[in-house]
Ligand binder design. Structure first.
Ligand code: ZN
Ligand code: ZN
Length: 231
């Protein structure tokens, strides 16, 4: 990994970094372009995908999902260069890029007074993949969001099974693939706490749901998903 990162560094020296959106030199996705990303006006229930206020799991689905809701910050359709920026963060360890993308996530969170304590965490990578890639892009984002909101960040979960890539599987296979994929990183009580679970993207909410199940079992009052886009 260190070798790979050195190679990256050399390549970046030879071919300067350009913003994937405005081509300005110096950043993968500049803060100017990140500020211009339009946020989703409508949010949807993460189970039946019917419109719902703020992304709350709707009344009908509440009984079958451990997620209290899902906030999807923006859409690729409305922000054509956003997908490239999100993809870049998967492969390039870039703090400024994570910061600019996290800005979008932060804007998508309604700032209201919460009675209960909130903790931010991220969907973990399996240690094998983490070692290969060198960083977890969801954690980079989640840590930035936590610092923006002045909330604690904690690695609450571990990925106990190295799951296959979700995008390539059917819905049934996805569920099977993810069953018991997550466990608690340490025995902790989340009693009366609201957990905000960050990932870069969500295609369905299956991964977030499976992770939320573990957090709810540890006592979390509510678990909310937070992603940049559906992709
Ligand atoms: Zn730009
Ligand atoms: Zn629903």
């Amino acid at each position: 990994m260190i070798f790979a990162r050195c190679c990256d560094f050399v390549i970046d020296l030879i071919f300067p970094i350009h913003c994937v959106s405005c081509r300005r030199e110096g950043e993968w996705f500049c803060s100017g372009c990140a500020t211009k990303v339009t946020l989703n006006q409508k949010q949807f229930c993460p189970v039946c995908w019917q419109p719902s206020s703020g992304g709350k799991t709707c009344e009908t689905c509440r009984g079958i999902s451990p997620l209290a809701g899902l906030r999807v910050a923006a859409s690729y359709a409305e922000n054509p260069t956003l997908a490239a920026a999100v993809k870049t963060l998967k492969y390039k360890f870039s703090q400024p890029l994570a910061r600019n993308l996290a800005e979008i996530l932060t804007r998508a969170i309604t700032q209201k007074n919460y009675a209960e304590e909130r903790i931010i965490t991220a969907i973990p990578l399996h240690t094998k993949r983490l070692r290969y890639r060198g960083f977890n892009q969801a954690e980079l984002l989640a840590r930035e969001v936590a610092s923006n909101l002045q909330l604690p960040y904690e690695n609450l979960l571990i990925r106990s099974r190295n799951t296959l890539q979700q995008a390539k599987l059917s819905r049934e296979k996805r569920l099977q693939n993810l069953r018991d994929a997550f466990s608690l990183a340490s025995p902790i009580s989340l009693q009366n706490k609201t957990v905000i679970l960050v990932d870069d993207i969500a295609s369905t909410a299956t991964t977030l749901s499976e992770a939320a199940k573990v957090l709810r079992a540890a006592g979390a009052k509510e678990v909310w998903g937070l992603v940049i886009a559906r992709g």
